[in-house]
Design a protein around this ligand. Structure first.
Ligand code: ATP
Length: 572
């Protein structure tokens, strides 16, 4: 609105203050009289200059507030979307996370949200502003002179259609460039996270070539995009300048013929600019809006996923640690049993070990126990209560699981051990670390328990990480603890000392040990040998080493390996 006033002031100044045309508006007539009359203003043209500067400043201030408000709204909306998205992702079931690609999820939380933010803060305001401007400017132009308005708008439909068609086509180039960038980022991310593998396999040359190839691809696709855009901006600039030329030429011809005033020509030459550039921009804006709609769809997909109900109407019984599997059957995919009719029981406080070849279903048993998946048939009872009837969050609070590849946060070792309960006393942290045989290692670090893990500090060995994870789990005094191959990276002596310390605890938990190592499972009260989702042998170590079968074979192989290792040590 403020922008539209300036050309009108210039027109009135040229035609009615410098020239002698009638002013044609009662309001302006009165305003000019109030300031001092036409003759006074003609002698003091600086007043008009000051007025124009004032309008420009006012426009700047209004623009500032408009943009600040739009950005604030967009930033707040983006923050709210990110918060809700993160919340939703946290609530999605384990099954979803197993299948989802982390990179894709991250992209949805960052760049898709940013696309929506840009749409809200720039494009939406731009389109609304442009439409408003088009309405007002066209109305003012038609009121000033219909013939001149039609000439000034002659090429506008062409510019709009050209812009729209071009940007619909160039959308593919935009997408290609985006995808090439995503591929480049993936290569970079994989290389940095897998740097150990790269170095160990002396794969640097291959990695450099792969990066170079993706980098070139990204450059070429972006270059093509820039070329297309340059072509568009050049061609549309050409049409725009032709339109401005048409307005000035026709305006001048009609002014010379006395059909319109010079001030009107001046006003039209400004108005035509106000119409042309937003229309030229509109095609681009509409394409970007298409991108925002795609992003909204991608985010919506996450919100449409069913979340995991952690706190249903299920019960929260006191858990002592008696476990009973009765004919449990489970499959991830239809008709492919992973756990096939398994039955066994563990008394509270005792230890059961599960051993078996890879893919035999050991970890799946643990997932069922933690209710990360629900079994298809059969029954799992905890202290006589059906597991499916117990609150999921309650189950996970009471069953501590140590995974084979534990994830440690970029925090201090102390904070990592206290993860589930930050208020726990340091005395308890040290006790748990001693049981997990990691206390001495931690003490040997310069900053002890305050040593940062990972990127900001010491990089722990695989075995040290496993032991920190063991301390983190046992500190919670869960009635049931599961070690899912989580002693694999510690040496046999440390393994023995951890198991001894666990056995000597006051409140002994029910313990399930999953391992490939005979020495780790040998002291368990019962050992279950799993193959292809079925129990093929069970009993204690003594019984199993004297029974023909997988356990005996594993025992013999691992024993001969041990002898060989001792031989090597002796001769070294
Ligand atoms: N999310 C999943 N979707 C489909 N199949 C799966 C899934 N997770 C595991 N499986 C399959 O289920 C079978 C049992 O896997 P599981 O991880 O329980 O075996 P495991 O005995 O723990 O193996 P490992 O000793 O190698 O850890 C395997 O054939 C595996 O491919």
């Amino acid at each position: 609105m403020v922008t539209i006033v300036s050309p009108l002031i210039i027109r009135t100044t040229i035609d009615s203050i410098i020239g002698s045309e009638p002013i044609g508006s009662n309001f302006l007539e009165r305003l000019i009289q109030y300031i001092g009359g036409r003759a006074y203003l003609r002698k003091n043209l600086w007043i008009i200059g000051v007025l124009l500067v004032f309008i420009a400043v006012l426009r700047g201030i209004l623009l500032y507030f408009r943009n600040t408000l739009a950005s604030k709204t967009a930033e707040n909306t983006a923050k709210n979307i990110r918060d809700s998205l993160y919340d939703q992702i946290q609530r999605l079931p384990y099954e979803y996370h197993v299948k989802a690609e982390t990179g894709d999820l991250i992209q949805r939380c960052t760049s898709d949200v940013n696309t929506i933010k840009r749409f809200l803060s720039i494009q939406l305001v731009e389109v609304a502003g442009s439409l408003f401007m088009l309405g007002f400017v066209s109305y003012t132009m038609f009121k000033l002179n219909v013939k001149m308005t039609l000439v000034s708008m002659a090429t506008m439909p062409i510019i709009f259609i050209f812009a729209f068609i071009f940007f619909s086509k160039v959308k593919k180039a935009f997408e290609a460039s985006d995808e090439a960038e995503a591929e480049l980022t993936t290569v970079l991310q994989e290389n940095l996270t897998g740097v150990r593998v790269v170095k160990a396999c002396a794969n640097q040359k291959y990695e450099i070539e792969k990066f170079d190839e993706k980098n070139k691809d990204y450059r070429d696709k972006t270059y093509k995009l820039i070329q297309d855009l340059a072509l568009y901006w050049g061609a549309s600039d050409f049409i725009c300048f032709i339109q401005i030329g048409l307005t000035i030429v026709f305006g001048s011809i009609w002014a010379v013929a006395g059909e319109i005033s010079l001030g009107t020509v001046m006003a039209f030459s400004t108005y035509v600019n106000m119409l042309l550039w937003p229309i030229r921009q509109m095609g681009r804006t509409l394409t970007d809006m298409g991108k925002a709609i795609v992003s909204i769809g991608r985010i919506e997909e996450i919100f449409n996923e069913n979340i995991e109900i952690l706190n249903g109407n299920n019960e929260k019984p006191e858990i002592k640690g008696n476990i009973e599997f009765e004919n449990v059957y489970f499959e991830y995919e239809k008709n492919t049993p992973v756990i096939d009719n398994i039955s066994f029981s563990v008394k509270a406080g005792s230890t059961v070990a599960i051993i078996g070849p890879t893919g035999s279903g050991k970890s799946s048993l643990v997932y069922l126990l933690a209710r990360l998946y629900d079994y298809n048939r059969g029954s799992i009872l905890i202290d006589g209560k059906e597991l499916k009837d117990i609150d999921k969050a309650w189950v996970r609070k009471n069953i501590g699981i140590v995974l084979q590849e534990p994830f440690l946060y970029a925090k201090t070792i102390r904070d990592n051990i206290k993860l589930a309960n930050p208020n726990i006393q340091d005395k308890k942290v040290y006790e748990s670390a001693k049981i997990a045989s990691i206390h001495q290692d931690i003490k040997s670090f310069d900053k002890g328990y305050d040593t940062y893990v990972g990127e900001r500090g010491v990089s722990l060995s695989g075995g040290q990480k496993q032991r920190v994870a063991i301390a983190r789990t046992i500190i919670n005094d869960c009635p049931i603890v599961v070690f899912d191959d989580s002693l694999s990276a510690v040496d046999t002596e440390t393994d023995i000392s951890i198991r001894k310390a666990l056995n000597n605890r006051k409140n002994k938990s029910t313990t399930i040990i999953i391992s490939h190592r005979i020495s780790t499972v040998s002291e368990a009260d019962e050992i279950i040998v799993l193959d292809n989702g079925r129990i093929i042998q069970r009993g204690n170590h003594e019984k199993l080493i004297n029974e023909k079968g997988l356990y005996q074979r594993l025992y013999e192989i691992q024993n001969s390996m041990k002898d060989l290792e001792e031989d090597i040590k002796l001769h070294a």
